[in-house]
Write a protein that binds this ligand. Structure first.
Ligand code: ADP
Ligand code: ADP
Ligand code: MG
Length: 448
């Protein structure tokens, strides 16, 4: 096992990784920007290294400073968390060249799956159902018009091949909008990802976003750990997640799980990964993309499987074999996560940085808080507005909902606005209670 792990991230995920390292007897190195001197991850790690200024390009995306920090501290492995450099193939490759074990998949897998058009083509070849659309990237406007009219039909989606985080995606409802939307998507893709290639796919009307967690070791063993329903989204951003999904049946789980495992095998994948699918109202499912990192919402899977995913990531990276087979994995009970953000729902959810003057976090059986916030901490305007994840676990969905409702009611944050009251409304929303929500639900709800 590794002796010392550097965590190339901040916030709650950095804290989460430090905790996993401690339990494995691994020393930890935090990196921080000058804006994060008082951040929790920098305080609780064994060592902490300042890597640059507040802007992410100067610090958490500053590859040279991060690799230098590994060398100075003698860290033999690096955990990238999510966001930042976690899905950057050339960074993973540079770690490899410098003899630092990157806790994630091989750079080749990150590269292949990061090109969403190429990833879709590979999945199709492997027999995984994909959203019908262009075969890879679309090369010209003429090809786009022909595909739209003759093969895909309207409405359709134009997506950046290099996209992520909901960027570079355009819905096209009518033929006369196609050209303008392609130009807009290409422009956004170029701005955000430095690559303007796009692909097209059919727009699935009001589907569910259901993703499968997989774990794969370096010896060819792959298992799935069931699904997460992430359909509660605001502008393509997840708000609340639960497992199991209300629409899941044992047969569908078996089928989708098999597809997820095939997807991982198709690209010689190792470490933790997530395969995102859209599921329509007839339970047809389509591969959308694969995320080659730990996911924000991983704790709900940990609750229902009893498996620590972050510890597994480190064991896999160190070359260990998976200690279980598919038939050893049982899903038990129900888990829900609410993302608690410093934002103002009354002002169109604008971020609300500032000092936390009072903080009371809920507790009790089946309640978990992953957070880097503390009383007196000042939330920086430079980074993500998520300040905590509240995760609950209970034997049934009904009990989990009840637990979440009271845990949210107990949660007190003063000094900054949060979405806690918004989450309470969602939990009590009859549509959510019945499980009848899809990815368009929050958008339709706010238009009412
Ligand atoms: P998950 O799928 O794990 O729920 P999210 O889509 O919420 O993940 O993204 C996880 C984190 O990564 C968020 O902090 C988000 O802002 C960031 N992120 C996702 N995609 C990108 C990207 N392409 N570039 C930069 N940050 C990204
Ligand atoms: P990103 O890489 O930015 O996460 P995704 O391809 O995962 O992009 O799509 C983001 C979200 O957009 C999905 O979670 C889903 O809500 C919606 N979406 C994506 N593709 C389609 C589609 N073909 N039809 C309908 N909704 C879609
Ligand atoms: Mg996605």
């Amino acid at each position: 096992m590794f002796k010392k792990v550097l965590i190339a991230n901040r916030g709650e995920i950095a804290v989460r990784v430090i905790r996993a390292c401690r339990e494995l007897g691994i020393k930890t190195v935090a990196v921080f920007s000058t804006a994060d001197r008082n951040a929790l991850h920098a305080k609780i790690a064994d060592e902490a290294v300042c890597i640059g200024g507040p802007a992410t390009k100067d610090s958490y995306l500053n590859e040279k400073a991060i690799i230098a920090a590994c060398e100075i501290t003698g860290a033999d492995a690096l955990h990238p968390g999510f966001g930042f450099l976690s899905e950057n193939a050339s960074f993973a490759e540079n770690c490899r060249k410098c003899g630092i074990n990157f806790i994630g998949p091989a750079p080749e897998s990150i590269e292949m799956l990061g090109d969403k058009a190429a990833a879709k083509a590979a999945m199709k070849n492997a027999g995984v159902p994909v959203v019908p659309g262009s075969d890879g990237a679309v090369k010209s406007m003429e090809e786009a018009v022909r595909l739209a009219n003759e093969e895909i039909g309207y409405p359709l989606m134009v997506k950046a091949s290099a996209g992520g985080g909901g960027r570079g995606i355009r819905l096209v409802e009518r033929p006369e909008e196609l050209e303008a939307q392609i130009i807009a998507a290409k422009q956004e893709a170029l701005n955000f990802f430095g690559d303007d290639s796009i692909y097209m796919e059919k727009f699935i009307v009001n589907p569910k976003h259901i993703e499968f967690q997989i774990l794969a070791d370096k010896h060819g063993n792959v298992v799935h750990l069931g699904e997460r329903d992430c359909s509660m989204q605001r502008r393509n951003q997840k708000v609340l997640e639960e497992t199991p999904s209300v629409v899941m049946t044992p047969e569908l789980r078996e089928k989708m799980g098999r597809a997820a495992v095939a997807a991982a095998k198709a690209c010689n994948y190792f470490n933790a990964g997530t395969i995102e699918f859209l599921v329509d109202n007839k339970n047809n499912f389509y591969f959308m993309e694969m995320n080659t990192r730990i996911q924000v919402e991983h704790p709900i899977t940990e609750f229902v499987t009893g498996i620590d995913l972050v510890k597994m990531q480190m064991k896999i990276a160190a070359g260990e074999e998976l200690p279980f087979k598919q038939e050893d994995i049982t899903l038990r009970g129900h888990s829900i996560e609410c993302r608690i953000n410093a934002e103002s729902p009354e002002h169109n959810f604008r971020p609300c940085p500032g000092k936390i003057t009072a903080l009371h976090i809920p507790g009790g059986p089946g309640i978990r808080i992953d957070s880097s916030a503390y009383q007196g901490y000042t939330i920086s305007p430079y980074y993500d507005s998520m300040i905590a994840k509240l995760i609950v676990y209970a034997p049934t969905r009904e009990e989990a909902l009840m637990k979440m409702k009271w845990a949210l009611a107990e949660f007190i944050v003063e000094g900054v606005d949060t979405n806690i009251d918004f989450q309470i409304e969602l939990i009590k929303d009859p549509v959510f209670e019945e499980g009848k929500y899809d990815i368009g639900y929050l958008g339709r709800r706010s238009n009412k």
